[in-house]
Design a protein around this ligand. Structure first.
Ligand code: NAD
Length: 468
C-alpha cells in the first residue's frame, strides 16, 4: 500500500467516524424537537423557558392549546393503546382505548379554574389561581399514556410547563404521547418544550428531576415507594399512591346488577387501574347467588382447595409479593399456567378465600378477585376498612340500605366511594363528574384537576369596588 493510499484510507475512516459521531447527535436533536431529552437538566431548562412564554399568554391561549391537544390525540388513541400493551405486556388494548379516550374527553381544562371573591365594608378581595412554574411529573406503567394526557391538560391549563419522568418499562409509549402533545402545541401556536419528557429513563434521572431547583412542585402517580420518595424530596408534592379497593355486597343489593358491575370493574384492563375492585366482601345470604351471576358475565370460579393453593403459589410465590410475570395478564393466560384452558369470554378468576389470604391483603393488579364470606354488612364494613389499609383510595358498595352506605362511606374515608356501580364510575365512566388518572389520596388533593396545579393567591383592594 502506498503512502497516498494509507492517507486516503485514514481520511475515509476519519470522515466516516465524524459522520457516525454526528448521527446520534442529529437523532438527539430531532428527539429534542419532539420534547424528548436524554439529559434531565436540559429538559428542565427547556420547560422553564417555555413556562415563561406561557405565562405571558392569555387564558384563551391555554384553552386553545389544551383543546388542540385533545383533538389531536383523539386521532392516535388506538396507536397509543397498542403501543402500551406491546411495550409493557400488560392490560387489554380495547380497555386502554376506553381509558385514553376518557383522559382526552373528560379531563377538565381552564374551566376548572374558578376564582373566588370576598366583598364587604372594607372593599373587595379576589382569590386568584396562579401557576407554580415547572412541574416534575412521575408516571406509572399501568396507565402511562392516560396519566401523561390527563396531567398535561390540567397542568398546562393551570399555566405550568411539565417535565415527565416516565416509567422505565413504559417510556416508549409515554414519550410517543409527549411527542404527539408537542405536535398539537405547535399547531396551536404554543411554546416549544412546554411539555417535555426523558429518554431512556432511570431511577437516577427521576431523582435528578425531583431535586432540580427549577422544579417547583412534584406530582407522583405510582406505588408506595414513589410516594415516599417525593414526600422526602423537600419540595411540595402531590402523591397519588397505591390502592386495594374492597367491594362490599349486602343482601339488599340488586345482585344481578352487582355481579355484572363487579366483573366489569374488576376485569377492566386486567385489573391494572388503582381504582379496580381488588377483593369482594360478600354477605353470606347472597354469596352463592352473586357468584352464580358473576359466572354468567365472564367470571371463572375455582372451588377446589388444591387449585386455589396452586394459583396462590404461582401469583404470590414470596409472601406478600405479587409475581410480576402475571401483573396485568389476561385471566386466560393465568389459568393456562395452572393447567386450565378457557376461552376468551373469561375475563376474571374468582374464588372463596379467608380474610387474611394474600389475594385479599395485597394489591395484585391481576384479573383475580378473591371473595370473602361474612355474616352481615357491619362485619363487611369492618373488614373493608381493614384491607383498604388506610390508603384512602377507593371503595365500592352494592346495597340499598342507606345506613350501610352511609356507615361505609364514613368509616372507610376513601377518596372515591362508588355506590351501586362498577369502580370506574368513580372516574366518570357511567358516573357523573370529570376524570383523572392521578388520585391523590395520601396528600389529600383527591381527584386532581387544573386547579390542583395552582397556587392560591389573594389580591385585596381596600375601601373600594364594593358597590352595594
Ligand atoms: P411504580 O411505583 O413502580 O412506578 C411509578 C413511577 O415511579 C415510575 O416512573 C418509576 O420509575 C418511579 N419510581 C418508583 N419508585 C421510585 C423512587 N423510589 N424514586 C423515584 N422514582 C421512583 O408504579 P407502577 O407499577 O408503574 O404503577 C402501579 C402502582 O401505582 C400501583 O400501586 C397503583 O395502585 C398505583 N397507581 C396509583 C394511581 C393513583 O392515581 N393513585 C394511579 C395509577 C397507579
Amino acid at each position: 500500500m502506498s503512502i497516498q493510499d494509507m492517507d486516503l484510507t485514514r481520511l475515509v475512516r476519519e470522515v466516516c467516524e465524524k459522520l457516525q459521531s454526528q448521527l446520534p447527535a442529529d437523532e438527539e436533536d430531532k428527539a429534542k424537537d419532539k420534547g424528548i431529552f436524554k439529559d434531565p437538566d436540559e429538559a428542565v431548562e427547556a420547560a422553564w423557558k417555555a413556562q415563561k412564554e406561557l405565562f405571558e399568554m392569555t387564558l384563551s391561549d391555554r384553552k386553545r392549546i389544551t383543546d388542540t391537544i385533545k383533538s389531536h390525540l383523539l386521532l392516535y388513541v388506538e396507536e397509543l393503546s397498542r403501543m402500551v400493551v406491546e411495550e409493557t405486556g400488560m392490560g387489554r388494548v380495547a380497555d386502554k382505548i376506553v381509558k385514553n379516550r376518557l383522559a382526552i374527553e373528560k379531563t377538565p381544562s381552564t374551566e376548572d379554574l374558578r376564582a373566588g371573591v370576598f366583598t364587604g365594608d372594607d372593599g373587595l378581595t379576589l382569590l386568584e389561581l396562579s401557576p407554580f412554574g415547572v412541574i416534575g411529573a412521575i408516571t406509572p406503567s399501568t396507565n402511562p399514556t392516560e396519566t401523561v394526557i390527563c396531567n398535561t391538560i390540567g397542568m398546562v391549563a393551570a399555566g405550568n410547563s411539565v417535565v415527565f419522568s416516565p416509567h422505565p418499562g413504559a417510556y416508549k409509549a409515554t414519550n410517543r404521547a409527549v411527542e404527539l402533545i408537542n405536535e398539537a402545541i405547535r399547531m396551536a401556536g404554543g411554546p416549544k418544550n412546554l411539555v417535555v419528557t426523558i429518554d431512556e429513563p432511570t431511577m437516577a434521572k427521576s431523582e435528578q428531576i425531583m431535586k432540580h431547583k427549577k422544579i417547583s412542585i412534584l406530582c407522583a402517580t405510582g406505588g408506595p415507594g414513589l410516594v415516599k420518595a417525593v414526600l422526602s424530596s423537600g419540595k411540595k408534592a402531590i402523591g397519588a399512591g397505591a390502592g386495594n379497593p374492597p367491594v362490599v355486597v349486602d343482601q339488599t343489593a340488586n345482585i344481578e346488577k352487582a355481579a355484572k358491575d363487579i366483573v366489569d370493574g374488576s376485569s377492566f384492563d386486567n385489573n391494572l387501574p388503582c381504582i379496580a375492585e381488588k377483593e369482594g366482601i360478600i354477605v353470606d345470604a347472597v354469596f352463592d347467588y352473586l357468584v352464580f351471576n358473576m359466572k354468567k358475565h365472564g367470571a371463572y370460579e375455582i372451588k377446589d382447595r388444591n387449585t386455589i393453593n396452586k394459583l396462590t403459589n404461582l401469583l404470590v410465590p414470596e409472601k406478600w409479593k405479587p409475581n410480576k410475570d402475571f401483573i396485568g395478564k389476561d385471566a386466560k393466560v393465568i389459568l393456562k399456567a395452572i393447567g386450565i384452558e378457557v376461552d376468551d369470554s373469561i375475563r376474571l378468576i374468582i374464588m372463596e378465600v379467608e380474610k387474611d389470604h394474600p389475594f385479599v391483603v395485597e394489591e395484585l393488579m391481576m384479573p383475580v378477585l378473591p371473595l370473602v364470606r361474612v355474616k352481615d354488612a357491619w362485619e363487611a364494613i369492618d373488614l373493608a376498612v381493614q384491607v383498604e389499609h388506610g390508603f384512602r383510595h377507593t371503595a365500592i358498595c352494592h346495597s340499598k340500605d342507606i345506613d350501610v352506605l352511609t356507615e361505609m362511606g364514613h368509616r372507610i374515608q376513601t377518596t372515591i366511594f362508588v355506590k351501586n356501580g362498577p369502580s370506574y364510575a368513580g372516574i366518570g365512566v357511567g358516573g357523573e363528574g370529570y376524570t383523572t388518572f392521578t388520585i391523590a389520596g395520601p396528600t389529600g388533593e383527591g381527584l386532581t384537576s387544573a386547579s390542583t396545579f395552582t397556587r392560591k393567591r389573594r389580591c385585596a383592594l381596600i375601601g373600594g369596588f364594593n358597590i352595594r
